[in-house]
Design a binder for this molecule. Structure first.
Ligand SMILES: NC(=O)N[C@@H](CC(=O)O)C(=O)O
Ligand SMILES: [Zn+2]
Ligand SMILES: [Zn+2]
Length: 359
């Protein structure tokens, strides 16, 4: 029961080009998992992106530079011959991350950020932070050495409605954090609301946000179209149409504060299509096709390169990539499922036709 509108002619203006070439993009928020599962999905990201910020929410989480080095080596060992891909590693912040660990991370040269998961907010966040007050010394060192803090920005207070958890997080956590650590680099990850887009645009200090392709293309109706559709369930959950539109405006605005982060988050089919299904959308296979479509629908293909390939490296203090990718206007059918270790996963839009294709 495909209900895709991805190839709808109405949103395919004839004035749009048949191909577009941009500097090779990077993915500033990616879940690669580990082991055989990682080996299955890694080539998809490596085909589309030169680099990716690799999330540390493994079981157990990647909390030390030493663990990040070992994880990085496993990723590089799983990379097929001939593929160039640079994993940019992150550490998982806990209540007990020692300030010295930040200096070790900075000195390593391969750890590029530290991730804040409010305890209980999302997949594998049990070891996360219960209160940022536990992390003051560590955050001060991050601020001092220029180590970015990446934030899953949702409160975990069960009294707060799930659709409000990001907006409430701005008041309860982001504002005080920005006030207390004015020079800390902060990335508000996978923003989903108008409130977050406005906040990031106006915040003082080095503040940025990643935006996923699925939050640019879909509102929360998508989860319930014709029945419950678990592959559209992720955290933070899709929001109302007015929020999707605010995210599109932010992404195409040209502001350097907004850049690409797929949050591609693979889970086995059996754990998505489940009575208590996991949160996460798998988009690594077709991410640039989806972003290109979102920017085309907004009449802003000329802004895609900045968002996908320029603003992220600038924020992280890294060089832009030298090579390019080309996307062509060509209809193709996304596989309905793909191998995932010893099981399978269903990509977002699995079995649907896409309008753009990586050449
Ligand atoms: N986005 C998700 O819905 N899930 C992510 C975790 C996260 O990024 O919050 C995952 O690791 O599965
Ligand atoms: Zn998250
Ligand atoms: Zn994520």
């Amino acid at each position: 029961m495909s209900t895709s509108t991805l190839t709808s002619p109405a949103s395919n203006p004839s004035s749009s080009p048949a191909r577009i070439t941009i500097t090779r993009p990077d993915d500033w928020h990616l879940h690669l998992r580990d082991g055989l599962a990682m080996a299955s999905v890694l080539p998809h990201s490596a085909r589309q992106f030169k680099r990716a910020i690799v999330m540390p929410n493994l079981k157990p989480p990647v909390t030390t530079t030493e663990q990040a080095a070992a994880y990085r080596n496993r990723i590089l060992a799983a990379l097929p011959d001939g593929m160039a891909f640079e994993p940019l590693m992150t550490l998982y912040l806990t209540n007990n991350t020692p300030p010295d660990e930040i200096r070790r991370a900075r000195d390593s040269g391969f750890v590029h950020a530290v991730k804040l998961y409010p305890a209980g907010a999302t997949t594998n966040s049990d070891a996360g932070v219960t209160s940022l007050a536990n992390c003051t010394r560590t955050l001060e060192v991050m601020q001092e050495v220029g180590m970015p803090l990446l934030v899953h920005g949702e409160v975990t207070d069960p009294a707060v409605d799930i659709f409000d958890r990001e907006a409430v997080f701005i008041d309860r956590v982001m504002q005080p954090l920005r006030r207390d650590m004015p020079e800390l680099k902060v990335v508000f990850e996978h923003i989903t609301t108008k409130q977050a887009a406005d906040y990031v645009q106006e915040a003082s200090g080095p503040t940025a946000a990643t935006i996923t392709a699925h939050h640019l293309l879909y509102n929360r109706n998508e989860i319930f179209k014709g029945g419950i559709r678990p592959h559209f369930y992720c955290l933070p959950v899709l929001k109302r149409e007015e929020h999707r539109q605010a995210l599109v405006r932010a992404a195409v605005s040209g502001s350097e504060r907004f850049f690409l982060g797929t949050d591609s988050a693979p889970h086995p089919q059996g754990l998505k299509e489940h009575a208590c299904g996991c949160a996460g959308c798998y988009t690594a296979l077709h991410a640039m096709e989806l972003y290109t479509q979102a920017f085309e629908d907004a009449g802003a293909l000329d802004r895609l390169e900045g968002f996908a390939s320029v603003h992220g490296p600038a924020f992280y203090g890294l060089p832009r990539n030298q090579d390019t990718i080309t996307l062509v206007r060509e209809s193709w059918t996304l596989p309905a499922e793909i191998p995932f270790g010893d099981t399978v996963l269903v990509p977002l839009n699995g079995g649907d036709d896409l309008r753009w294709k990586m050449a």
